[in-house]
Design a binder for this molecule. Structure first.
Ligand code: UD1
Ligand code: UDP
Length: 360
């Protein structure tokens, strides 16, 4: 790898809409780049479709690590990346979000004395039972450049003693992708394709805290059925929880339809037209905030509180979900609030300017 190369490490679904605007902006600055796909996610619908729809370049390297326990998956990414980084010595490694691929890349690069940039730094749920929280903290503390999406994230980094000159509030590159594709979201088209009525609920579920425990999943299915009693539900289901949820009877309600994970354009179109979204996704909390679609997050906490203070998000439990849906169905869409600062479609460009300056 020639000197001055920026190495992007991606691997899981939420990485792709975050990386796309950064890569494009760095291209405009004439920065040489390489893209690694770790292979953490590998199904066509969890990976390739994003490359196609978001016009991401083909990855230069796919490590093909696949699924496994946290330790084995992280270790496989680390071993693959170490070999690559020793051979190629990139000038900077860019990692995205809070997934295992980001953790592995940040650890390897920092030990090789290769600077690390973390896109989406400083988010905190303060819930160490979430693997992502551990990843966020470790990645932030070994990073040289910390790109934050919200002022609360900047405050967390300050409180943790990270030097101010490393921290940059740049806005949200996932929202760059949303805004750049607004014209391509076809609500009527996706409704027709999926034979949905005008009023429907979209759901996504994949957090270990929701889908891994068989007893909890039974209650979750009851809660989802109580939503389907009110409005038809469409659930593009992440592969993680599929078996457990189906074993618990998810498919037994006529008004709840499970489909394979959707492509980005189809999924966000569906969200845009929904009466309400029920989710445990990080990214979906942000996308609903921008689109002004009510969002009910099935989690006890969120590392994205700005989606509550500035957006449409509300935390719910399995037992409060049905009533929360009922009140949204009765009240309709909320009045638009001011969107979070710098969620304006230019985060990728801000990041690229800082990186280009660093590389000289
Ligand atoms: C990962 C991230 C999580 C993120 C989510 C986004 C970590 C620790 N977790 O969780 O933060 O919210 O991605 O989607 O990095 N599987 C497939 N096909 C695939 C990928 C996964 O069938 O293409 C199945 C496998 O059974 C696998 C399971 O999903 O064991 C979990 O995948 P994994 O990447 O370990 O974690 P996620 O739950 O996807
Ligand atoms: N997404 C998608 N198809 C789906 C579900 C989600 O394209 O069927 C997109 C969603 O719009 C967002 C990203 O995937 O851009 C979020 O990924 P995910 O929920 O898997 O991860 P998280 O954000 O929770 O880490």
């Amino acid at each position: 790898m020639p000197a001055g190369i920026v190495l992007h490490v991606t691997g899981a679904r939420p990485n792709f809409p975050k990386a796309a605007p950064v890569i494009r902006a760095l291209d405009r600055h004439g920065v040489r780049q390489r893209l690694v796909h770790t292979g953490q996610h590998y199904d066509e619908r969890m990976s390739e479709v994003f490359f196609r729809q978001l016009r991401l370049p083909e990855p230069d390297i796919n490590l093909g690590v696949g699924s496994g326990s946290h330790a084995s998956q992280t270790a496989r990414v680390m071993t693959g990346l170490e070999e690559l980084m020793v051979a190629e010595r990139p000038a900077l490694t860019v990692v995205y979000g809070d997934v295992n691929s980001a953790l592995a890349a940040a650890l390897v690069a920092s030990k090789l004395d290769i600077p690390v940039a973390h896109v989406e730094a400083g988010l905190r749920s303060f819930d160490r039972s979430m693997p992502e929280e551990i990843n966020r903290v470790v990645v932030d503390h070994v990073s040289d450049l910390l790109f934050a999406t919200s002022p609360d994230a900047v405050s967390h980094l300050h409180h943790e003693g990270i030097a101010a000159e490393r921290i940059h509030l740049v806005g949200n590159p996932m929202i760059d992708t949303l805004l750049a594709n607004l014209d391509r979201f076809d609500v009527a088209g996706v409704r027709t394709a999926l034979s949905l009525p005008e009023r429907y609920v979209v759901a996504t579920l994949h957090r270990p805290g929701n889908v891994d425990d068989a007893a909890d999943v039974v209650d979750l299915v009851k809660a989802m059925h109580a939503v389907a009693d009110q409005l038809p539900v469409i659930l593009p289901l992440h592969p993680r929880g599929r078996q457990q949820l189906e074993n618990a009877g998810l498919l037994s309600h006529r008004a709840l339809r499970v489909v394979e994970p959707l492509g980005y354009l189809e999924f966000v179109s569906l969200v845009r037209g929904a009466v309400v979204v029920v989710t445990d996704s990080g990214g979906v909390q942000e996308e609903t905030t921008m689109l002004g679609v009510p969002c009910l997050t099935l989690r006890p906490n969120t590392e994205r509180p700005i989606t509550i203070t500035h957006g449409t998000n509300r935390l719910v439990t399995r037992s409060t979900l049905a009533d929360a849906v009922a009140s949204i169905v009765a009240a309709g869409r909320p009045a638009r609030r001011q969107t979070p600062p710098l969620w304006d479609g230019a985060a990728g460009e801000r990041i690229a300017e800082i990186i280009a300056k660093l590389l000289g």
